[in-house]
Design a protein around this ligand. Structure first.
Ligand code: GAL
Length: 832
C-alpha cells in the first residue's frame, strides 16, 4: 500500500496505487520497498470503540502524524464457541484494517493469540480451558493445535482480503505470542520449545512481512525481538542485523476498580520517545493511542475498570487529550524532519556536560540532525553545541533537524490545550424498578451438588453471577436463642465479590482487589428455629489476563464455610449439599432488552426501590442533540451493570473508592504507574461512556442492574464538552511553522493561540499570567514572577473573538517582570 500523496505522484508516472511493496529490515530500521523508515505507531483496539467511531479515531491518529496503527486480535471475541466465528460489528477486523488503509496508514497486527491487554482471560476463549489435556502457553499438543488453528484462520483471512503489504495491503508487521519471555524464564525447557515452535509456525505462514515477538530475548530468526515499557532507550535486539523497535510505550496506565486513575505527563512521554530515537530506535508504538472502553464483560483482571482510557493521547470518548495529543503530533513532525539523517546510520554521541549529551546523525548526502539531551531531573542546562548555545530544561531533549535550529523541545508544551467537563444534558430520569429475588434451592434451573464448586467451572463465564444456596437447621434448644449471642458465619471465597443473604435478608457485601482477589466474610447472623436458607451470590469481575498459569486461578466460594456458636461448637457447611443457580433471573428474562423488559411488572413512584440490593432499574430517554460524546454519571450507585437499547455499556462500580497515593507530580524524573494519579478517595470510575451510535433517533431504553443498593435519582446523562481553552507557551518556544524560513526573532517570540469551536466566542479570561505560572489547563497558579498586565493583554485582544494570538514577549506586557529568568504565558479562557 502506498500513501495517497505518493500515489498521486505515482499515477503521474502511470503506476498503480495498490502496488505491492516488500517489507524487510536491517539493523537500522524496517524497510518498505527497500527504504528504511522511522515509523511512529499507535495502538487502537477495535472492540474498545464502535465501528462508527473508527474513521474519526484513525483520522485523529493520522493528524497526530502517526504512520502505523497497532492492534491485537481478540480470539475470545472472534471464536465464542469452538469453530463458531464472529467478525461483525465491533469485531469486524477486516473493516477496521481497510479503514486504516483508506486513511493511508499501515497496520501492525498482533495476532497473539494471547494478548494480555487487561482483556478477559488475556484474549483466550474460556472454552479453551476445558479442552481435555490442555495447558496454556507451553509445549502442549492441544494448546498448540488450537493456537495454530486460530492463527492460520486470521492469516488466511488477511491474505484472502489482500491485506498484507506484499499483496498491496496495509499490514507491514505481525506479532506472534505476547511477552512470553518472562514466562519462559519461569518454566524453562518446555517454554523454550514453545517459543521456537510459535516462531516457526508463524514464519511458515508466509505472510511476506516480518514477525515480531515482544519481550522475548531469544526470539529465533527471522523474528524480531522488541521492547515494551515506559522507557526503552537501552534496549538491544538479540542480533546485530535486527532493528531496535519499541512495541509498547505505555502512554499512561490502566485503571482498576479500587485504584486511583493514572496519568503520564506529556513531557515525559515525549522525552522517552526522543531518547529512544536518539539512541538508534526506529519504531515506536504508543500503547495506547486510544484506549477506549471495556464494553460488556470484556474487562480482564479481575477488577479492571470498564474505562480503558489509559490517559492516552485520544481519550476514551474519542477526543484529543491535550496537551498530550498536540505535543506528540509536534514531536512526530520534528522527528520526520530528521528522518533522512536518522536512517543513514548510527549516532555519534558526545558529552555536553555531566548530565547532558548530543546525539548526531549524518547522512552521506551531508544532512545533519542532532538531539541535545539534558537528563538532570532538577536543573536546566545551557550547553554549547556547534557554534550555538542552547537552553535545555530539566529532563528534556531538543531536536535540531539541521544541527542548528531547535524545532522542538520535549519539555516545552506549545500546543493549545483544553479542559473538558461533563455537563448534564437531561432533566432527571423517571425510573421504574424490579426486584431480583434471591433464589431458593428448589427454583427452576438450580442444580444440587455435594460440596462447594469452583465458579467458572460451573458458569463457563456465561455470566458474572453464581448463586450458592444451602440450608441450616436450627433446633429449638440452641443456646444462642436464649443468650442472644448470634452465631458467626465465616465464608472464604477465591473471589471476586460476594453478597451474603440469610433468609433473603442481606447480611453483607464483601470483595477483593486486583492485588488479592480472595475475600472472606465473617459476621454474626440472625438464625431462627427450623430451616434457614443461606444464599450466597458470588460475582466474578473479569477473568485474569496475566500471570504464570493464570488460567488456573479459581473464582467463587471454595470454602471453608463455617457456622460458629452453636451447641455443637462449629458446624462446617462446606461439605454439605449446595444448590447452584447460574446467573440472575433478570438475565434469564433478558430484562436489558426492549422485549424482555416488558415481560415483568415494574413499579414506580412511591414504590420505587431505593438503596435496595439486587434491583433492576429501567427508564427511557430522548437522544440528546449534537455530537458531543455522552456518558452516564453513576456516582450515586454501588456496583452492577448497565445496558442501553440492549447493548452492554459494561460493569459499573463507583462504590469502589480509589485507595492509594495521589501526591502532586512533576514531569521530570522516571515515570512509573503509581507516580501521577488522581481520584484518591473518590470512585475509581464515575463516568461510563455511552456511544452515540448505540442510541435510537428518538427514544432509548436504559437498564441498570444494581447489586449493592444505590440511589437511581442520582444517575445523570452527561455530555463531554470543553470547559475552557488554554495556551501555555514559553519564551524561546520553538515553532515548526514555516520551518526553513525562520528568523531568530520568530523563534524567540512565539505566539500563544486561543480558539473556540465554530460558532463560539471567547467570553471570559479565567486566568492569565506572563511570568512563571505553574500548573496545567484548569489548574494554573500564579508564580512569584508575574506581570501586572497579564490579564489586560488577553482581555483586550481576545474577548468577543473566535480566536486570537498573543505574542509572548516582555514589551507586549509592559516590561519584564523578572529579568534574566525564562518566562512563559499561561492563559485559560472560556468559550460561549
Ligand atoms: C503489557 C502487555 C499489554 C498490557 C500492558 C499493560 O505487558 O503486553 O497487553 O497488558 O502490559 O497495560
Amino acid at each position: 500500500m502506498l500513501r495517497p500523496d505518493i500515489c498521486k505522484l505515482l499515477i503521474l508516472f502511470s503506476l498503480f496505487c495498490s502496488a505491492a511493496a516488500s517489507v524487510t529490515y536491517d539493523h537500522r530500521a524496517i524497510m518498505i520497498n527497500g527504504q528504511r523508515r522511522i515509523l511512529i505507531s499507535g495502538s487502537i483496539h477495535y472492540p474498545r470503540s464502535t465501528p462508527e467511531m473508527w474513521p474519526d479515531l484513525i483520522q485523529k491518529a493520522k493528524e497526530g502524524n502517526l504512520d502505523v496503527i497497532q492492534t491485537y486480535v481478540f480470539w475470545n471475541g472472534h471464536e465464542p464457541s469452538p469453530g463458531q466465528y464472529y467478525f461483525e460489528d465491533r469485531y469486524d477486523l477486516v473493516k477496521f484494517i481497510k479503514l486504516v488503509e483508506q486513511a493511508g496508514l499501515y497496520i501492525h497486527l498482533r495476532v497473539g493469540p494471547y494478548v494480555c491487554a487487561e482483556w478477559n482471560f488475556g484474549g483466550f476463549p474460556v472454552w479453551l480451558k476445558y479442552v481435555p489435556g490442555i495447558a496454556f502457553r507451553t509445549d502442549n499438543g492441544p494448546f498448540k493445535a488450537a493456537m495454530q488453528q486460530f492463527t492460520e484462520k486470521i492469516v488466511s483471512m488477511m491474505k484472502a482480503e489482500k491485506l498484507f503489504e506484499t499483496q498491496g495491503g496495509p499490514i507491514i508487521l505481525s506479532q506472534i505470542e505476547n511477552e512470553f519471555g518472562p514466562v519462559e524464564w519461569e518454566i524453562g525447557a518446555p517454554g523454550k520449545d514453545y517459543t521456537n515452535w510459535a516462531a516457526q509456525m508463524a514464519v511458515r505462514l508466509n505472510t511476506g512481512v516480518p514477525w515480531v515477538m515482544c519481550k522475548q530475548e531469544d526470539a529465533p530468526d527471522p523474528v524480531i525481538d522488541t521492547c515494551n515499557g515506559f522507557y526503552c532507550e537501552n534496549f538491544k535486539p538479540n542480533k546485530k542485523y535486527k532493528p531496535k523497535m519499541w512495541t509498547e510505550n505505555w502512554t499512561g496506565w490502566y485503571t482498576e476498580f479500587g485504584g486511583p486513575v493514572p496519568h503520564r505527563p506529556a513531557e515525559d512521554l515525549a522525552f522517552s520517545v526522543a531518547r529512544f530515537i536518539q539512541n538508534g530506535g526506529s519504531f515506536v508504538n504508543y500503547y495506547m493511542y486510544h484506549g477506549g472502553t471495556n464494553f460488556g464483560r470484556t474487562a480482564g483482571g479481575p477488577f479492571i475498570a470498564t474505562s480503558y482510557d489509559y490517559d492516552a493521547p485520544i481519550d476514551e470518548f474519542g477526543l484529543p487529550r491535550e496537551p498530550k495529543w498536540g505535543h506528540l503530533r509536534d514531536l512526530h513532525k520534528a522527528i520526520k524532519l530528521c528522518e533522512s539523517a536518522l536512517v543513514s546510520g548510527d549516532p555519534t554521541v558526545t558529552a555536553l556536560g555531566s548530565n547532558q549529551e548530543a546525539h548526531v546523525f549524518k547522512s552521506k548526502s551531508g544532512a545533519c540532525t542532532a538531539f541535545l539531551a539534558n537528563y538532570d531531573t532538577k536543573s536546566s542546562a545551557k550547553v554549547s553545541f556547534g557554534s550555538g548555545l542552547y537552553d535545555l530544561p530539566p529532563w528534556s531533549i531538543s531536536i535540531l533537524p539541521d544541527c542548528k535550529t531547535v524545532v522542538f523541545n520535549t519539555a516545552k508544551l506549545g500546543a493549545q490545550s483544553f479542559q473538558m467537563k461533563m455537563m448534564p444534558v437531561n432533566s432527571t430520569f423517571l425510573w421504574e424498578s424490579y426486584n431480583e429475588e434471591t433464589v431458593s434451592a428448589n427454583d427452576d434451573g438450580s442444580t444440587a451438588m455435594s460440596g462447594l464448586w469452583e465458579q467458572i467451572n460451573v458458569t463457563r463465564d456465561a455470566t458474572d453471577y453464581l448463586w450458592y444456596i444451602t440450608d441450616v437447621k436450627i433446633d429449638s434448644d440452641e443456646g444462642f436463642l436464649k443468650n442472644g449471642q448470634s452465631p458467626i458465619l465465616t465464608i472464604f471465597s477465591a473471589g471476586h465479590a460476594l453478597h451474603v443473604f440469610i433468609n433473603d435478608q442481606l447480611s453483607g457485601n464483601v470483595y477483593g482487589g486486583l492485588e488479592n482477589p480472595k475475600l472472606s466474610f465473617s459476621d454474626s447472623v440472625k438464625l431462627r428455629v427450623g430451616i434457614n436458607q443461606i444464599s450466597l451470590l458470588s460475582v466474578a469481575v473479569g477473568l485474569p489476563n496475566v500471570g504464570l498459569h493464570f488460567e488456573k486461578w479459581n473464582a467463587g466460594v471454595l470454602g471453608p464455610v463455617m457456622l460458629k456458636g452453636l451447641n455443637e461448637g462449629t458446624r462446617d457447611l462446606s461439605k454439605q449439599n449446595w444448590s447452584y443457580k447460574i446467573g440472575l433471573k433478570g438475565e434469564a428474562l433478558s430484562l436489558h432488552t426492549v422485549s424482555g423488559s416488558s415481560s415483568v411488572e415494574w413499579v414506580e413512584g412511591s414504590l420505587l426501590a431505593r438503596q435496595q440490593p439486587l434491583t433492576w432499574y429501567k427508564t427511557s430517554f430522548r437522544t440528546p442533540e449534537g455530537n458531543d460524546p455522552l456518558a452516564l454519571d453513576m456516582n450515586s450507585m454501588g456496583k452492577g451493570q448497565i445496558w442501553i437499547n440492549g447493548q452492554s455499556i459494561g460493569r459499573h462500580w463507583p462504590g469502589y473508592k480509589a485507595q492509594g497515593d495521589c501526591a502532586d507530580c512533576s514531569y521530570a524524573g522516571t515515570y512509573e504507574d503509581k507516580k501521577c494519579r488522581t481520584n484518591c478517595g473518590e470512585a475509581s470510575q464515575r463516568w461510563y461512556h455511552v456511544p452515540r451510535s448505540w442510541l435510537n433517533p428518538s427514544r432509548n431504553l436504559l437498564v441498570v442492574f444494581e447489586e449493592w443498593g444505590g440511589e437511581p435519582s442520582g444517575i445523570a446523562l452527561v455530555k463531554r464538552t470543553m470547559a475552557s481553552v488554554c495556551a501555555d507557551i514559553s519564551e524561546g518556544q520553538p515553532t515548526m511553522k514555516n520551518w526553513g524560513m525562520l528568523t531568530s526573532g520568530e523563534l524567540n517570540r512565539p505566539k500563544a493561540h486561543l480558539w473556540c469551536p465554530p460558532g463560539q466566542k471567547i467570553f471570559q479570561i479565567k486566568f492569565a499570567s506572563y511570568g512563571q505560572p505553574q500548573g496545567t489547563c484548569g489548574n494554573f497558579k500564579k508564580g512569584s514572577c508575574h506581570s501586572d498586565k497579564s490579564y489586560d493583554v488577553p482581555q483586550r485582544n481576545c474577548i468577543g473573538k473566535q480566536s486570537c494570538s498573543l505574542s509572548v514577549a516582555p514589551e507586549v506586557f509592559g516590561g519584564d517582570p523578572c529579568p534574566g529568568n525564562m518566562k512563559k504565558l499561561s492563559v485559560e479562557a472560556t468559550c460561549g
